[in-house]
Design a binder for this molecule. Structure first.
Ligand SMILES: [Ca+2]
Ligand SMILES: [Ca+2]
Length: 201
């Protein structure tokens, strides 16, 4: 079980009384107080405001943890500064830290969890430079920003307002009688009130 709060990320063993690493001690990872309600396995503190976590299993990942193993189980979170961090679910190792194409504006309702769709990860934020909504993409397998000569991003699009939640990606049927489901779509909920850059005193 993975939780996030204003300070960071916590990973608990979802079944208390289970010995995850079979070392004879049910209290896995971080040693918990005697009467602790849960079994905290690892945590990261000091992250600041953090999005909900996106947990994935990806056998095709190229990311390797500190034990030298393929890091198939991963925790993806977005930080308030727009960076996306990828952690190994089992060890807590930081596997990748992916910066947005250009700085993003802190959003009091955000940041929003990365959305995984097939081999892509989509991140919605507000661009700091012009305060417009943006979606940018990360390669799921390598945890590097998608670059097509320039970083792949939708931004400064009149219909793409400042986001109010994570994007949704999917397919829609193409109306050409082929029956193919090849139309790719992305939907991004807009916020009702704009995020404004804070004035410096
Ligand atoms: Ca345990
Ligand atoms: Ca523990």
């Amino acid at each position: 079980m993975v939780t996030t709060n204003n300070g960071g990320l916590q990973v608990f063993d979802s079944q208390t009384g289970r010995d995850l690493n079979r070392d004879g001690n049910d209290d896995d990872g971080i040693e918990d107080p005697l009467n602790a309600q849960g079994d905290l396995v690892w945590e990261v503190v000091g992250l600041g405001q953090t999005s909900p976590a996106t947990i994935i299993e990806n056998g095709a990942t190229t990311l390797i943890n500190s034990l030298g193993n393929v890091a198939s189980w991963q925790v993806w979170v977005t930080l308030a500064n727009g960076q996306v961090r990828v952690y190994d679910l089992t060890t807590g190792d930081l596997l990748a830290n992916v910066a947005p194409p250009t700085p993003s504006l802190a959003d009091p309702d955000g940041p929003y969890a990365p959305t995984v769709h097939e081999n892509l990860v989509a991140v919605a934020d507000t661009r700091a430079s012009d305060q417009t909504g943006r979606v940018w993409l990360i390669d799921l397998n390598t945890a590097t920003g998608i670059n097509i000569g320039n970083p792949w991003q939708i931004t400064a699009a009149p219909r793409l307002k400042q986001p109010g939640a994570s994007p949704t990606l999917g397919y829609i049927p193409i109306q050409d009688s082929s029956g193919a489901w090849t139309g790719w779509f992305m939907s991004v909920p807009s916020r009702t009130t704009s995020v404004c850059r804070r004035r410096r005193a």
